[in-house]
Design a protein around this ligand. Sequence first.
Ligand code: AMP
Ligand code: ZN
Length: 112
Amino acid sequence: MDCLFCKIVEGVIPVTRLYEDEQVLAFPDIQPQAPTHILVIPKKHIASHAKAVAEDKEMLGHLMFAVGELAREKKLDAGYRLVINTGPDGGQTVDHMHVHLLGGRAMHWPPG
Ligand code: AMP
Ligand code: ZN
């Protein structure tokens, strides 16, 4: 399978591994949109949030907790934004589910 983020999980494409365990991996976004911009992904290939299945529930909870741990580690005490772009209307460009953790500046609403 030709998946960019699976290649990052496998180490074929090197990244700074900010957090890693048996289920998830976190690394900096290559085009940061905020002072802190981290991607947190399941190691399992899930094409998008819409493709998660019941057996992924435990991992998804684990992933969301890991995101919170990263936010605390990065001292995003003033707040942060989590984004999961999903599908064409959601603006997803990499077809491997990922959570964007954005922080270090005030965010705007509504999103574009
Ligand atoms: P999305 O548009 O929500 O699918 O997000 C994909 C994100 O992946 C974008 O913010 C890209 O900047 C980021 N990205 C693409 N290639 C890489 C890479 N090699 N390393 C880190 N981030 C990447
Ligand atoms: Zn993948």
